[in-house]
Design a protein around this ligand. Structure first.
Ligand SMILES: [Zn+2]
Length: 86
C-alpha cells in the first residue's frame, strides 16, 4: 500500500466514522430546525469516486492472488474470474 493509498483510506474511514457520530448528527438537527433542510454543496460524489478508486487494486478475497478491477458497477478479479466481495 502506497503512502497516498494509506492516507486516502484513512480519510475515507474517518469521514464515514464522523458521519455516524451522534454529536455530529445533532449539528444537522439543529441546523434543520433553524434553517430548514440543508441544500448546500456536499462531497458525496467525490467520496464515492475515491472509494471506488481504492477498491481497484485490492487483493481478491476469492483467490487471494488477483488484484481487483472495477468494470462498470462490478468489482472483478481477472485471475480467478470471480467477483470480489468488497
Ligand atoms: Zn480472484
Amino acid at each position: 500500500m502506497t503512502p497516498l493509498e494509506k492516507a486516502a483510506r484513512e480519510l475515507v474511514e474517518r469521514l464515514r466514522f464522523i458521519h455516524e457520530d451522534e454529536q455530529y448528527k445533532s449539528v444537522w438537527f439543529v441546523n434543520q430546525n433553524h434553517n430548514g433542510p440543508y441544500a448546500g454543496p456536499n462531497y458525496v460524489k467525490e467520496l464515492k469516486a475515491l472509494e471506488a478508486a481504492l477498491e481497484q487494486g485490492k487483493v481478491c478475497p476469492g483467490c487471494q492472488g488477483g488484484k481487483l478491477v472495477r468494470i462498470s458497477h462490478n468489482t472483478y478479479c481477472p485471475m480467478c474470474h470471480g467477483k470480489g466481495t468488497v
